[in-house]
Design a binder for this molecule. Structure first.
Ligand SMILES: [Zn+2]
Length: 356
């Protein structure tokens, strides 16, 4: 190994489970991370510093001041410029380790683009904040036959589960089956648990950076083990940690012999049957999913300027206010409407200002 690389990773190489051969293997490995919030930033930071070869980051959102308390890759200037998280994370990570090929992609991962965004990577990492996308990742990982690591965090509590398709329980085994352990532990982090139900989220119950840090660290260690091909100790256990109570649990999750996803191969999330066109997004926002249309944001901004307030455009997104609402529109036609929980209000604002 090149002496400079050896020096850079020397403390990891000294760890006998990795060694020089393991580090070399890590430098040639890659992973795709979906979601770059509290978990995603902490996880990406650990993996890029550890020296994996390539990391793709897919995120649909932009940096806001309320993210800075826990999303460790972002700075005040990112929030001021409302940079997309994928863009801000890529910049920061390249500065941290220029030897890693970091690729930030601003996109809302859904059934239509999941194959294109995830294919070619030997590991999929969960940094998302919702179960709709997690079940989509689970379907996609089983379909592509690559491992993925589920992780979720809310308030002071988080869970993680490593899934190796065909070998260990998948997320549907854990959360859709009647196995009480899986559902109980999983649902604590999911609030009410059911993906379609009312959930505690970081926007309603808050979230501690410390909780995200612990879960992201467990996820990063699992990722490194998988990338090194060390699978004996990986997967099949739902690990949870509450940083406030100090409670730690590691529960073995059995495979469900009748699992919808990993046994019956019913990939309803991947096929789009479960994907709504509009979803709730946080406490008082509605997201209108992308429609595969390309918007000229600068032109749209000029057109809207006379009729709406506070138009801002930065090449990645366009934001403006129609009091009491605030709309953020992305180049792929996706929009987030803040200030309402009413999907019909969101739909009508979209039609009025962006077009049907
Ligand atoms: Zn399963």
């Amino acid at each position: 190994m090149d002496p400079k690389l050896y020096e850079r990773y020397s403390r990891q190489i000294l760890f006998t489970e990795i060694g020089e051969a393991g580090q070399r293997r890590l430098l040639e490995s890659s992973a795709v991370l979906v979601g770059c919030g509290a978990l995603g930033t902490a996880l990406a930071n650990l993996l890029v510093r550890a020296g994996l070869g390539k990391l793709r980051i897919v995120d649909r959102d932009f940096v806001e001041p309320s993210n800075l308390q826990r999303q460790t890759l972002f700075e005040e200037s990112d929030a001021r410029e409302t940079l997309p998280k994928a863009v801000a994370a890529e910049r920061r990570l390249r500065a941290i380790n220029s030897g890693v090929a970091v690729e930030g992609i601003v996109a809302d991962l859904g059934p239509k683009n999941a194959g294109e965004l995830l294919r070619g990577f030997p590991l999929i990492l969960d940094g998302t904040d919702n179960f709709e996308t997690r079940f989509l990742l689970n379907d996609a990982a089983i379909h592509l036959d690559v491992p993925w690591i589920y992780a979720a965090v809310v308030a002071s509590y988080g869970v993680t589960l490593t899934v190796r398709p065909g070998e260990t329980a998948c997320l549907a085994c854990a959360l859709e089956s009647d196995a009480p352990s899986g559902r109980d532990v999983g649902s604590q982090a999911a609030g009410a648990g059911a993906p379609a139900g009312v959930e505690d989220t970081c926007d309603t119950a808050g979230v501690l950076g410390a909780a995200a840090g612990v879960i992201a660290s467990i996820e990063a260690a699992e990722a490194i083990k998988l990338l090194l091909g060390n699978t004996e100790s990986v997967g099949g256990r739902l690990v949870s940690f509450d940083v406030w109570s100090g409670r730690y649990q590691s529960v073995r999750v059995p495979r469900n012999p009748d699992c919808r996803a990993c046994i019956r191969r019913d990939f309803r999330y991947l096929e789009g049957d479960a994907q709504p066109h509009l979803t709730m997004c946080g406490r008082d926002s509605v997201q209108i999913h992308e429609r595969r249309r390309q918007l000229d944001l600068a032109e749209l901004g000029r057109r809207l300027a006379p009729t709406v307030a506070e138009v801002r455009e930065n090449g990645f997104l366009l934001r403006f206010r129609v009091p009491p609402y605030e709309m953020t529109v992305f180049a792929d036609g996706r929009a987030i409407i803040k200030g309402t929980q009413d999907t019909s209000v969101a739909r009508s604002l979209y039609a009025r200002y962006i077009g049907a």
